[in-house]
Design a protein around this ligand. Sequence first.
Ligand code: PMM
Length: 303
Amino acid sequence: MDSLAATPGTGPATSPLPVVRPPRPAAKFEDLPAGRTALMGILNVTPDSFSDGGQFDDLDSAISHGLRMFYAGADMVDVGGESTRPGAEQVPAEEEQKRILPVVETLVKAGALVSVDTMNAATAAKAVDAGAAIVNDVSGLNFDPKMPALIAERGVPYVLTHRRGDAGTMDQHADYDDVTAEVIEELKSVRSKFFDAGVKPEQIILDPGLGFSKRAEQNWELLRNMEAFTGMGHPVLIGASRKRFIGTLLVDAGKAAPVEERDQATAAISALAAHHGAWAVRVHDVASNLDAIKAAAAWGGGR
Ligand code: PMM
């Protein structure tokens, strides 16, 4: 199939894509909308991601879905090849690269601003070579010590996410006396390693890491205290979309709401995060979250 073909935001993920668009100039980080919170669309190219059921592990359907999000208005597409859900198996870097690099290349050629969701410095380097403009790392620097040097060398924006432990252990590290203060201290401590390696402050984007070594009530507390993060002098990214703590909020007859029933609450969080100064929200459903962001911007006097 021609992977530069797409129908904006319509039809099931696997439907044929009749509209062919020519390559566009590469999007730049600086081109993100200035008057509102940006939307980062999630593209997990994995067989086991918890929130999209591993729908997009086939290359063509991953590319189609990424293009659909882009044409539906996503300001960025975040491409990841390794599931970060609690207990997920680690994927070898070669396999991760095989999954994501063709997707990154195609989306970049189509004119999308692409971030790469990876904990591996080698994968980040290859994705940047393929045109990715942002490195999104959820490891909290608990995985690849080569990441700071790579980010300094490439000079790209870097999402520094708070997480304790790894996918296998993070749920055991959710004990905090004051979750907001401790997450901020730990982010500062990791950030200093990036500064020491030569990363510039303007490259850093902070993310409190919702769901990563946090229990439901701790995620809500972090959201409630969002201004403590926006006050740190960096853009703030919020990744709440379809996460477990939304499922347990929407519990029905003793059962957490399934992932496909979490988009409305996600959009409410996006609106509130935008209103409280988030630089971007990382979400699965573009349409509802873009509307939420736009309504929040209008409420705040932006566009
Ligand atoms: N969450 C997931 C993956 N990547 N990146 C950032 N920066 N922040 C997040 O909260 C985040 C992330 C896990 O969620 P998914 O499996 O639905 O993508």
